[in-house]
Design a protein around this ligand. Structure first.
Ligand code: VGL
Ligand code: ZN
Length: 220
């Protein structure tokens, strides 16, 4: 079992939004299956801090295939010098699919990072945008927010495992946080890449854990 150092640990909830679940705009297979386990973590007293990210795109966002005439979802283009997957419409600002999932207790989450709001730039990670037209990846402020609260250990869950969870965890490790992905509380857009993803994350210094390994105290 793994004991969570409550004062130094934050739970990072990545893009747990209806559009990433079956029936949504960019459905991740079994995305809804993380909900019960995530709720258990949120309701526990195990983490001194809980933070969330919310994918939050304007309708004219560059990541939408619909904004590139002749292109289909999942085609890849070059954008600002890097590969960009084109996605179906998802998480459009103000729509139901973009809400934080209504079945989870968001009240105790102290900061929500809305990302992907710049129409010219995608943003998978909660820590930095993808590359912007200047070739930079501007930070969101989340690293500083966590550091100022003396958080050193991050436990990352949410959707999608192979995009926003991956990028968030990699950036977290690069920022110097001890970073753990709670593997069973994530799901991939393309599960055929999961074996490679485990290796990629491990090489980036990210630990993979299962929620069953986490020592959880019930709320008192
Ligand atoms: C995501 C693709 C596009 C994610 C967000 O949350 O993983 N993936 N936008
Ligand atoms: Zn998105």
């Amino acid at each position: 079992m793994m004991t969570i150092d409550r004062k130094r640990s934050a739970l990072v909830l990545v893009d747990i939004q209806p559009d990433f679940m079956p029936g949504g705009g960019l459905p991740v297979t079994d995305g809804h299956r993380i909900l019960d386990g995530v709720r258990k973590l949120m309701d526990s007293d195990a983490f001194g801090l809980q933070v969330a990210t919310q994918d939050w795109h304007p309708p004219d966002h560059v990541s939408f295939a619909a904004n590139h005439p002749g292109k289909e979802p999942l085609e890849v283009i070059s954008l600002h010098g890097h590969d960009q997957v084109l996605w179906p419409l998802h998480c459009v600002q103000g729509t139901e699919g973009a809400e934080l999932h209504p079945e989870l207790p968001w009240g105790q989450v102290s900061v929500i990072i809305r990302k992907g709001d710049d129409p010219r730039t995608d943003s998978y990670s909660g820590f930095r945008n993808n590359w912007n037209p200047d070739g930079l990846r501007p930070g969101t402020g989340l690293a500083g927010y966590l550091r100022e609260r003396k958080v050193s250990d991050l436990y990352v869950c949410g959707l999608a495992r192979d995009y926003c969870v991956k990028w968030t965890a990699e950036d977290a490790a690069a920022e110097g946080f001890r970073t753990r992905v709670i593997w069973d509380l994530t799901r991939s857009v393309d599960p055929s890449g999961d074996d490679d993803l485990r290796k990629t994350l491990a090489s980036a210094g990210v630990e993979l854990v299962e929620s069953s390994e986490l020592e959880m105290e019930s709320p008192s």
